[in-house]
Design a protein around this ligand. Structure first.
Ligand code: FAD
Length: 385
């Protein structure tokens, strides 16, 4: 479902897709590009199968009972009309939902967007014979005031050196140069040993456009559309500080699957339930990510100007710091959060861990933690010719 980008559920019961239901096609979906062969095949089957049952296209039902548009299917780019009890938009972060909804006279109820201001860079390596990557549990990290640097173990004897700097950083494009990139990595104490252990198998790849976004179809208690829902990145995506990524989408897809019996029977309630589930379950993680990224954007920008590191002053940073100091309980809590087995608030409810975090925060001096493992001036010098 996630790899094909879109999924339609045809009527399972002959006659269930009645003529009055088939009143509104998602006309703006003409832009859909069903390029993958298996996707085209499955759509073709769906079309043929639907045609064999009820396939009528009455005019728009202006006396629609709820007053919100009802999506009854898709138009492909080739002009095929595909009926569906429910259209699931899992077209990823570039979902055209705002345009599609506008085209049928409605809009997203929520369209929150926060740019993370990050420019990512990554280069992949193969381990030299006789070397091993020490751990794939969590990346080796070096934090600096102006950037994040990581070494991540991968499969088949490969690993990746990566990180992120502010997209306002004037030195970010210099990192594309493999020689300069490796000079920087060699200057970072936790990353340098990994650099020694491998040979590059790619160039340095850059990527920007990292953001947090939440789109919702629920306006208060009311859906803004019927017969259409958002799933995966089309609904919610985040920067990955808390190990979030595709797992958020799978979690939401599971919540949707648990409600699959409502498809075609009560689409309106299905959208309400899934949006509420998303708000309650993924919402707190999303909010934390937004808050953390807001702080990160500010501190990375200050770091470009030479500002020092800040000592940790929030619980999550304290948990990571305790983990780095060898606190096994803190490490386990951190990895449970990272793997989305628990929520930070659940972990911080542990009285013993909470006490240690508070003690840590109490004992950490406020303010500057110095220039970090690779001072800004050195970083800039390494990236100059
Ligand atoms: C650079 C980057 C790195 C990431 N790294 C990680 C990571 O390490 N770990 C992790 O867990 N998550 C990671 N993520 C997040 C993860 O990739 C997404 O959360 C996940 O792919 C979302 O799945 P999805 O099915 O909702 O959307 P997508 O995977 O984006 O799939 C949407 C599909 O829909 C197709 N599509 C779009 N429009 C149409 C249309 N009109 N018609 C037909 N098809 C269409 C697209 O081509 C695409 O194939 C990363 C994301 C990015 C951008």
């Amino acid at each position: 479902m996630f790899s094909t980008g879109c999924w339609t559920v045809g009527s399972k019961t002959p006659g269930m897709t009645s003529a009055p239901d088939l009143n509104t096609m998602f006309l703006p979906c003409r832009g859909a590009q069903f390029s993958r062969p298996h996707f085209v095949r499955s759509f073709t089957r769906s079309l043929v199968w639907s045609s064999a049952q009820v396939f009528e296209w009455p005019a728009w039902d202006s006396a629609h009972r709820t007053g919100v548009p009802r999506v009854m299917g898709l138009w492909t780019r080739w002009g095929n009309r595909i009926p569906a009890d429910l259209v699931i938009d899992c077209c990823g972060r570039r979902s055209a939902s705002p345009r599609w909804l506008e085209g049928i006279g409605t809009r997203l109820a929520v369209n929150h967007y926060q740019s993370c201001d990050l420019s990512y860079f990554a280069r992949h390596y193969r381990l030299k014979p006789g070397t091993r990557f020490p751990s794939t549990t969590f990346p080796d990290v070096n934090l600096t005031p102006y950037g994040i640097f990581l070494a991540m173990g991968q499969d088949n004897g490969t690993f990746c050196l990566a990180g992120g700097v502010s997209k306002t950083d004037p030195y970010r494009t210099a990192l594309r140069d493999g020689t300069k990139f490796e000079r920087v990595m060699a200057g970072l104490p936790n990353i340098a040993p990994r650099l020694e252990a491998g040979t590059p198998i790619t160039d340095v790849q850059l990527m920007a456009g990292i953001a947090n976004r939440r789109r919702s179809l629920l306006d208060g208690n009311d859906p803004v559309v019927e017969g259409y829902m958002l799933l995966g990145d089309a609904s919610l995506y985040t920067n990955a500080t808390f190990g979030q990524g595709v797992a958020l989408g799978f979690w939401q897809a599971q919540a949707f699957a648990h409600r699959a019996d409502m498809i075609g029977r009560d689409n309106s309630q299905l959208v309400c339930e899934l949006e509420i589930w998303t708000n309650q379950t993924l919402g707190p993680r999303y909010a934390q990510q937004v808050q953390r990224d807001e702080a990160m954007v500010q501190s990375l920008r200050a770091g470009i100007a030479g500002a020092p590191m800040n000592n940790p002053n929030d619980e999550m940073s304290a948990l990571m710091a305790l983990r780095a100091q060898g606190d096994k309980e803190a490490a386990a809590a951190f990895h449970r959060i990272d793997n989305m087995l628990t929520d930070p608030s659940e972990e911080f409810a542990n009285a013993d861990l909470n006490r240690r975090i508070k003690e840590f925060l109490r004992d950490v001096p406020e303010g500057s933690a110095g220039p970090g493992p690779l001072p800004r001036a050195t970083f800039e010098a390494l990236l100059r010719d």
